[in-house]
Ligand binder design. Structure first.
Ligand code: LLP
Length: 432
């Protein structure tokens, strides 16, 4: 009935998440409020993990892309599930380390890491520093040498695959700021340089073709290109690349019309492809890393808001104004992303209207969505926006000096705060 499997309606007609009444949550914690279902997060981790076990003999690692949603408790949950982590800044890395994460299971990304970030990663013996360009490789080698450490790296490669998704979240094609190009020979030169660098050990190659992808074909093509490159390195340099990181990007259901591929099917087909290619190319099967972010976090989350005003503009549209907006969910203004919304205290009623849900920021484009089917909503009603567990909290801002909402986890019918609501003093914390 709803877009995410963990949402339901109770006998009061209220929306529930993970079996917990959302209206009770708003009474306890206020709005706006991010709620995440910890059990669904864990189930998602397990389905990725078991797909590697089932189709690839367990010869791989799932690294959750923490940019989707990162906080200390989320890192603890990932650690507990035995999966790795993809981080992309010193802030995410620091959070993981503070949560007690095993640094050997961390992939550290970024197309322009600072010396401070590189030094921090080297000191903490990060398992996979994903090197994006030659100047970074050189700086990394120097810093590692100064510290007497051998840094373990992967190279980010542009496989030249054009995945069909929003322009801003496509990354695998030639015109991308991320990684080394294959066709210019730049990637091959980088490999040669790494092999001869004293304080660098090349563990593997990485690619990521984009995000919210529904097709398996581009993933298969990317694997094919990457394995071809691994074979070239073996044949021409006599060096065996042991690991292949295929990135993340698995699409999820934001609307009932979305039809994502089951994660199992992805691994089944990619694994088949990898086996076949390795056979043909005469190379060993690589250890595979995948980096799902959205698909682990997004379906597990909702955001709850209180309706302030209802504004009917005859023959034009009806605006339903809520107490959050682009500051807690900038995805509509950035990508025109569509969401399902429900009046949480009228969840068993029919969605009889089509409305525009508007945020409270001083900006006309601050919308959660337009033409959204919704139950009749009035002042004081609670609106739930679904599948907001990824790239909402993590991309939130203090625009208009609006404090960020808290994040609450629900599990076994209980709830707990994992990120506190920001206070007004937090807002002026760094002001002098
Ligand atoms: N690995 C790498 C190297 C990435 O750059 C990303 C996402 C992922 C993994 C995880 O991708 P996922 O499985 O979450 O699709 N802010 C945008 C998404 C940007 C994704 C950036 N990179 C959005 O809200 O849709």
């Amino acid at each position: 009935m709803f877009v995410s499997e963990n949402l339901s309606v109770n006998e009061k007609g209220n929306l529930t998440i993970g079996g917990v009444d959302t209206i009770n949550l708003t009474k306890e914690y206020g709005t706006p409020l991010y709620v995440m279902d910890e059990e669904l997060i864990r189930r998602n981790c397990r389905s990725f993990k078991s797909s590697i076990e089932k189709f690839y003999g367990g010869n791989g690692l799932v690294c959750y892309a923490s940019k989707a949603f990162c906080c200390t408790e989320m890192c603890r949950v990932m650690k507990d599930e035995g999966i790795g982590l993809d981080v992309v800044s010193i802030g995410e890395l620091y959070t993981a380390i503070k949560a007690g994460f095993d640094c050997d299971k961390i992939c550290f990304h970024g197309n322009n890491k600072t010396d401070e970030e590189i030094a921090f990663a080297v000191e903490n013996k990060i398992g996979h520093i994903i090197v994006d360009n030659i100047p970074e490789l050189e700086r990394l080698n120097t810093i590692a040498k100064e510290k007497g450490i051998v840094a373990k790296i992967m190279f980010r490669i542009k496989p030249g695959i054009d995945a069909h998704t929003h322009n801003f979240i496509r990354t695998g094609q030639i015109d991308s700021k991320f990684g080394f190009a294959l066709e210019t020979g730049e990637a091959f030169e980088a490999v040669k340089k790494a092999i001869s660098s004293e304080n660098i050990v090349l563990r593997g190659l990485h690619c990521h073709i984009g995000s919210q992808i529904f097709d398996i074909d581009p993933f298969e093509s990317a694997a094919e290109v990457m394995l071809g490159f691994i074979a070239k390195i073996k044949n021409e340099l006599g060096f065996e690349v042991k690991e292949l990181n295929l990135g993340g990007g698995f699409g999820i259901k934001y609307l009932n019309s979305d039809d994502p591929v089951p994660y199992e099917t992805y691994m089944e087909r990619v694994s088949e492809k990898v086996h076949k290619m390795c056979d043909e190319l005469g190379i060993n099967l690589p250890f595979i890393i995948i980096e799902p972010g959205r698909s682990i976090a997004a379906p597990a989350g909702i955001t709850l808001y209180t309706v302030g005003a209802r504004k009917e503009i005859p023959n034009i549209r009806t605006y339903i104004s809520i107490d959050g907006g682009m500051c807690d969910n900038p995805r509509y203004i950035l990508y025109q992303s569509e969401y399902e919304a429900i009046v949480a205290n009228k969840a068993s009623e029919e969605r009889s209207e089509k409305v525009t849900i508007a945020g409270k920021c001083c900006e006309s484009g601050d919308l959660i969505g337009e033409n959204m089917p919704l139950q009749h909503a009035d002042s004081g009603d609670i609106i739930a926006v679904c599948a907001t567990g990824a790239y909402n909290y993590s991309m939130s801002s203090n625009y208009n000096r609006i404090p960020k909402p808290p994040v609450v986890f629900v599990k076994n019918g209980e709830s707990r705060v994992v990120v506190k609501r920001e206070t007004l003093d937090d807002i002026i914390r760094n002001d002098l």
